[in-house]
Design a protein around this ligand. Sequence first.
Ligand code: UDP
Length: 232
Amino acid sequence: MKLLYKGKAKSVYERDEDTYLIEFRDDLTAGDGAKKDTKAGKGALNAEISAKFFEILKEKGIDTHFIEFQPPNKHLVKKVRIIPLEVICRNIATGSLIRRYPFKEGQELSPPIVEFGYKDDKYHDPMVNDEIAIALGAVEKKEELDKMREITLKVNDILTEFLKDKGIILVDFKLEFGKDKEGNLLLADEISPDTCRFWDATTKEILDKDRFRKDLGNVLEFYREVRERILA
Ligand code: UDP
């Protein structure tokens, strides 16, 4: 199989005319790739957690690129052209939001905040408004951004509700979208502890990549905890 793209945590292989195989690797990075580590088993955990979330979203009518989980660490997906935007949704203020604006750590955000970042590590994925996203050629029309906002908020509702039952608060997350060859907008990439913030509902303990970003330790133990809770 032809390796098409090797990102910071995943590799994409061309399987056939219509599909890719995405391999979730054990690499962990933070700070636009400045901080790096490898944790054996992280890729498999993220692949399984992400597969579960895509299955739930599919059941609820969200169009995604996801076809099937191929254990231990691969997803078979429909080919899409990735839109170079990160769509971030926040229910609680933390991370870059409190570094950039006078929000208080842990402050509830209701309604949730959706923001777009232009995917380019050299510029630290800068937040863009609709005009900048269009002028950069990330999308053609404002309607596409509106559609991405609408789907993101729906994903937020579905996953917040699902995780609440598991004793997990969905603090914030990042989505990516792509377009298939017919021009359909599909949810793509991954939804995992690498791309979401999860807090224990009772203790507010951090269960996600912030354990790595902030050197809190036991990264994999907490990813395993997320896996166990969501598969239970
Ligand atoms: N995020 C991501 N990839 C990025 C930037 C952010 O998956 O390149 C996720 C991150 O895990 C968190 C949410 O998006 O769940 C919001 O991240 P934030 O803007 O607070 O950035 P950070 O604090 O990670 O710099």
